[in-house]
Design a protein around this ligand. Structure first.
Ligand code: IMP
Length: 195
């Protein structure tokens, strides 16, 4: 099994990325596994910039193949906000409170289009690669579902007529923005013998 260090201390991301990559023979190591606390300032202006910052930071320290995910939700009605600020937006509130606030602001709004975006940066042998996944959905009318994390309970998938939090972990990992980016990554490493 090939080992890759994940530049994230988000346990949900670790679980999802491990589940998606293990069928490809890749074992995901966590920052804890290499004695890191996971504190990097993400001051980039795009998902790519932030993912690159995280990947480069840990590559310099460990010289291992590194994968970094930077992701978030873009809401059309808010002009794409919170986007790269998804984790920091209204950080004094719980996710439940943040979602209630969004639903309240949008209670009469017709344009409910939203995207989940994930940028995956990968570094191996000093070379940096990038892959992006975008998933289109809508902001639901109500908070629904217990699975997943973050904004999953308000991200409604028309095709499934469910929020992502109502999908099983397995189903989420076959449709998500993270899956779409990681699929590109897996196709690339296989085709181009990158690891
Ligand atoms: P990051 O650690 O800066 O990439 O933060 C990503 C943030 O975007 C998370 O903390 C969530 O708020 C949101 N997010 C990213 N991916 C997902 C997902 O798959 N489901 C729900 N929320 C997500």
């Amino acid at each position: 099994m090939k080992e890759i260090l994940l530049a994230s201390s988000n346990a949900h991301k670790k679980e999802e990325i491990s589940a998606i990559l293990s069928p490809f023979g890749i074992k995901v190591l966590s920052l804890k596994d290499v004695g890191e606390k996971g504190e990097v300032r993400e001051n980039g202006h795009s998902f790519k910039e932030n993912a690159d910052i995280k990947a480069l930071h840990y590559y310099k320290r460990h010289k291992l193949p590194i994968i970094a995910d930077d992701s978030g939700i873009e809401i059309s009605y808010f002009g794409g906000y919170p986007g790269v600020l998804s984790a920091r937006f209204m950080s004094h509130l719980s996710y439940r409170e943040k979602m209630e606030l969004i639903l309240d602001i949008m209670k009469d709004v017709k344009d409910r289009k939203a995207y989940f975006v994930a940028h995956i940066s990968f570094i191996n042998d000093g070379k940096l690669y990038g892959y992006e996944g975008r998933l289109e959905g809508e902001i639901a009318k109500k908070i629904k579902g217990e699975n997943g994390f973050g904004y999953d309970p308000i991200f409604y998938l028309i095709e499934y007529q469910k929020t992502i939090a109502e999908l099983s972990d397995e189903d989420k990992n076959h449709v998500s923005h993270r899956y779409l980016a990681l699929k590109e990554f897996c196709d690339d490493i296989k085709k181009n013998h990158i690891i």
